[in-house]
Design a protein around this ligand. Structure first.
Ligand code: LLP
Length: 386
């Protein structure tokens, strides 16, 4: 099933806007559910950071998928969309008292904790409320993911998690507390990973660690959370509209040694929503430079920052021209030289008014939009609106 664009309807919609193909989203959610359900005790949480659009969250909730949140705002967004608190996990190195309190009051499933001071804050706030908070310690597995440096999170030098050497002491602290209960371990090595080897490396580290915990402390925890990170094909969105969830879950099933009854949690963001979304924009001007031709579009880096921030590749399609190709830089109107969506890209000859789709933008697109230059935030149009 590939993404469909109702180009005629787009003609009367003001650009730029994010367009989401609900059929493709639902097919993707069905696929992830189906593949995870092949294994006993596999649970999928949607990493809301990828896209917190309320209507998409409702669809995620209808599919019965939980939520992975990294702020109080995301916890609220998950609950507002109807996601049960019992399926919400809350991660992040800098949880404030206010965010912790909100999550305790809602009764979320688990806090992924990253430091002793944070655990102390949770203990204090949980004691005030007379509740017990369930926590999983985020362990920094020191596994390098082969992806962009800015989205690698599992190296010792990254700010995330508790290092191996500190883990024992952190568990001691938790065990000494009465309002915090250790229920699991949490890991995440990075994002946009397309080779399963990185996940296999993570499985090996978790296996070692689990063995060590049994040997040294006789400790078996009921939950393991391996984070997210499954990548998508930005180069061929129509050939690979739905990520290979089968291979992904099989990798964990085949390489991770779970104890009997141990539950395995996943926090998938990009792979669930990226391919069903595109940023739709119009060509405002075609400009001939001395050595380049520019298509200046009405979307900017404030609408989709990935190319400027990570040098990320997104396919760009002209939905209204099938003329012979020319070579263009597609750029936005924002006053920054990095406001460039692509350079030296071959695409059909483009004219003012043509409608372009910047593909695979459903994840970390709308969610990362901002208002620089007093630009309006991009709106969202769902296929079901048309
Ligand atoms: N769990 C944790 C702890 C994470 O830090 C992340 C992403 C996820 C789950 C979800 O990862 P995913 O399945 O989406 O790869 N803005 C960047 C990506 C940042 C990812 C941050 N953490 C981008 O546009 O590529």
């Amino acid at each position: 099933m590939k993404m469909k664009f109702p180009v005629e309807a787009f003609a009367s919609i003001e650009t730029p806007f994010y367009y989401y193909d609900v059929d493709l989203l639902k097919a993707t959610l069905d696929a992830v559910k189906r593949e995870a359900a092949k294994y006993e005790g596999f649970h999928v949480h949607y990493a809301i950071k990828a896209n917190y659009n309320h209507r998409l969250l409702e669809i995620v909730n209808q599919a019965g998928i939980g939520a992975d949140c990294v702020s109080g705002g995301e916890v609220r967004a998950a609950l507002n969309a109807g996601i049960p608190a019992g399926k919400v996990v809350f991660a992040g190195v800098g949880k404030t008292d206010k965010e912790i309190a909100l999550s305790l009051d809602a009764g979320i499933f688990c806090f992924n904790v990253e430091s002793v001071p944070e655990i102390e804050a949770i203990e204090r706030l949980a004691a005030e409320r007379g509740v017990v908070a369930q926590v999983a310690v985020r362990v920094n597995p020191n596994v390098g993911a082969h992806t962009h440096a800015n989205i690698t999170t599992g190296l010792a030098e990254n700010k995330f998690g508790v290092n191996y050497e500190q883990l024992d002491a952190v568990i001691d602290v938790i065990e000494s507390m009465s309002h915090v209960k250790l229920i699991g371990l949490h890991f995440h090595i990075g994002s946009q990973l397309l080779v399963m080897d990185d996940f296999i490396a993570l499985c090996c580290r978790i296996n070692e660690l689990q063995e060590l915990l049994v040997e040294t402390r006789g400790l078996v925890l009921p939950h393991i959370n391996v984070g997210g990170g499954l990548g998508i094909r930005y180069d061929f969105p129509d050939r690979y509209p739905i990520p290979d969830f089968e291979a992904y879950f099989a990798t964990y099933a085949n390489n991770l040694k779970l104890h009997p009854g141990q539950q395995l949690h996943f926090e998938l963001g990009r792979s669930l929503v990226a391919q069903c979304g595109a940023l739709i924009t119009r060509a405002t001007y075609i400009k001939n430079g001395t050595c380049k031709k520019f298509v200046i579009v009405d979307a900017g880096m404030n609408d989709l920052i990935r190319p400027a921030l990570y040098d990320a590749y997104h396919r760009i399609e002209n939905l209204t021209s099938d003329k012979p190709d020319e070579v263009y830089d597609v750029v936005g109107p924002v006053c920054e030289s990095s406001d460039v969506f692509c350079k030296d890209r071959r695409m059909p000859s483009t004219q003012r008014g043509d409608i372009l789709a910047i593909r695979s933008a459903g994840a970390y697109g709308e969610a990362m939009a901002f208002g620089y230059n007093c630009r309006e935030l991009p709106r969202a149009v769902l296929s079901t609106d048309i």
